[in-house]
Design a protein around this ligand. Structure first.
Ligand code: GTP
Ligand code: MG
Length: 197
């Protein structure tokens, strides 16, 4: 699949104010700064469609981007960024929970994990929460350009091994670099395959 058009539609502070209609949505979640907004720009071939920053906590709202006039990519705020204070953290947590649990248009949730790091408790806890709530998801290991392919593979395997301790079946997973456009076609093809079913 190729993306022929991508446009920003709306930012929302509440999941129940997201666009009406039944177009399927593919949403990106993960720790602050893991590369969610950058991945949306990489997939759509736009350098500034979603706002990115080297400082964590850039995306604070739910952002809908209409793709090929037929489905949405959704940029969510990151979890786990304490710097903005308790109240903001609480708001973000609520917003994520409502979107993930109640948004019936959400067709797949991509959970982004930093490929440079060993398994992080906060990611494992979030994935456990998805499991408890029967939310289907796929994993995306980001920033693979930042280290050797061998190191990425090692970290990915460690993460999957940790999941295997609790899960009978592993989710689909992708290795990406927004910098080098690694994994772009695989992700788009996956979205297309889910869109058809
Ligand atoms: P929040 O909105 O704060 O939750 O962050 P985010 O997950 O949307 O991250 P964002 O896309 O803003 O990227 C954070 C930083 O990481 C930026 O400085 C990006 O340029 C950088 N970055 C993101 N993806 C990659 C990547 O694949 N490779 C490299 N080298 N840098 C990346
Ligand atoms: Mg962001």
């Amino acid at each position: 699949m190729e993306i022929t058009s991508a446009k920003f539609v709306v930012s929302n502070s509440r999941a129940d104010m997201c666009p009406d209609g039944n177009l399927p949505e593919y949403a990106f979640i993960g720790r602050s700064n893991v590369g969610k907004s950058s991945l949306i720009n990489m997939l759509t071939n736009h350098s500034k469609l979603a706002m990115t920053s080297s400082t964590p906590g850039k995306t604070l709202l739910i952002n809908h981007f209409l793709i090929n006039n037929s489905w949405y990519l959704v940029d969510l705020p990151g979890y786990g960024y304490a710097q903005r204070g308790k109240k903001v953290m609480e708001n973000i947590k609520n917003l994520i929970q409502h979107y993930v649990l109640e948004r019936i248009q959400m067709t797949c949730l991509f959970v982004l994990v930093d490929s440079r790091l060993e398994p992080q408790k906060i990611d494992l806890q979030f994935i456990e929460w998805l499991g408890e709530n029967s939310v289907p998801f796929a994993l995306v290991f980001t920033k693979s350009d930042k280290q050797s392919a061998g190191k990425t593979k090692q970290n990915v395997e460690r993460f999957l091994d940790t999941l295997k301790e609790q899960w009978e079946e592993l989710p689909p997973y992708f290795i990406t670099s927004s910098e080098k456009k690694t994994g772009r076609q695989e992700l788009l093809d996956y979205i297309e395959s889910v869109n058809r079913t």
